[in-house]
Write a protein that binds this ligand. Structure first.
Ligand SMILES: Cc1cc2nc3c(=O)[nH]c(=O)nc-3n(C[C@H](O)[C@H](O)[C@H](O)COP(=O)(O)O)c2cc1C
Length: 300
């Protein structure tokens, strides 16, 4: 299966069989963890698999996950690194690269919201490391009848009251759907300037229609889909919406995930190129509103 097609296959899995992964799947995870993609090499990130997931799910229940609802899985991947913006972005890129490689093998995964709980996580799990826990991903073989948001069934009341308080939880409406909804392409791509919508024909002539079809399948925190792209010649500029919450680590993780999806989609269409996270001197000319911030640009 082409890597591009895996973007279509992936979805967050929240219910797992209790069966452990096969030895060959553990070997695959070891080999992936030791052969990281170029973009994340030399970023000081480490991937660790925790084979006995019951310890993690018990000790971190009530601490991580939406509203402290832990996703119970037979195993977990933890990504360790230094706490800085680039490391969080690259955690998103690396974690999602692993997710896609595992999806190819029919292994289910789900990112878990870690929040600002690094110290507590290390304390609860008795981990001695000078690095921080930047990302956690649940994994295992999916229950065949697992629905996208069935985790919420027994917690609906709590979530509805949280929603009334304005807590952004879009998942609640996906209960009966197998795939979470996505925003239309015209809402996420602008031509040359913020707000300048691109027509289907313009996207098609640039060969970008399929690129964004695949890109928008990227997972995001509560499915908020915080990304916007501006097409400017051979540069494609990525912005992420600020959720204005105190802890914005997940926004940086989402930006790394978006970078990976975009890159895989571009390469899959035969358009080469790479991401550049440097500042753009004339970035203000695009006119992004204050609640969006610049992440980087893709160029070819
Ligand atoms: C950074 C991040 C954190 C997430 N945290 C959680 C979580 O704590 N609990 C959960 O059920 N899903 C979590 N998710 C999964 C999203 O809810 C999911 O990606 C989104 O609803 C879209 O659905 P899909 O992944 O099936 O396409 C997280 C996703 C991301 C990217």
């Amino acid at each position: 299966m082409k890597f591009l097609k895996i973007l279509e296959k992936r979805k967050s899995i929240r219910e797992y069989k209790s069966k452990k992964l096969s030895d060959s799947h553990f070997d695959l995870i070891d080999s992936l963890s030791n052969n990281l993609p170029n973009a994340v090499k030399n970023q000081g990130l480490e991937v660790n698999i925790f084979k006995d997931g019951s310890i993690i799910s018990e000790k971190l229940d009530g601490i991580i996950g939406y509203h402290g609802i832990m996703i119970k899985a037979p195993h977990y991947l933890l990504i360790f690194g230094d706490e800085n913006e680039v490391a969080y972005k690259m955690t998103g890129y690396l974690g999602e690269w692993l997710v896609l490689k595992l999806t190819k093998e029919d292994i289910g995964t789900c990112w878990i919201d870690v929040g600002a709980n690094d110290r507590l996580i290390k304390e609860k799990l008795n981990l001695v490391s000078h690095k921080s826990v930047l990302g956690i991903i649940a994994l295992g073989y999916p229950k065949s009848d697992a629905r996208v948001s069935s985790i919420y069934a027994e917690n609906d009341d709590k979530l509805i009251s949280e929603n009334r308080k304005g807590y952004p939880n879009t998942d609640i409406e996906y209960k009966d759907n197998i795939v979470s909804r996505r925003k239309p392409i015209e809402d996420i791509v602008f031509l040359s300037k913020w707000g300048n919508k691109i027509t289907a024909e313009e996207l098609d002539t640039r060969n970008y229609d399929e690129v964004f079809y695949y890109m928008r399948l990227a997972p995001s925190w509560t499915n908020r889909q915080p990304w916007k792209f501006i097409l400017d010649g051979t540069k494609i500029i990525l912005y992420i919406e600020s959720s204005e919450q105190e802890n914005n680590n997940y926004e940086l993780i989402e930006s790394g995930i978006a970078m990976l999806y975009f890159e895989v989609a571009m390469h899959g269409q035969g358009i080469p190129g790479y991401w550049n996270l440097e500042k753009l001197e004339d970035e203000k000319k695009y006119g992004a509103p204050d609640n969006y911030y610049y992440i980087g640009y893709y160029t070819f």
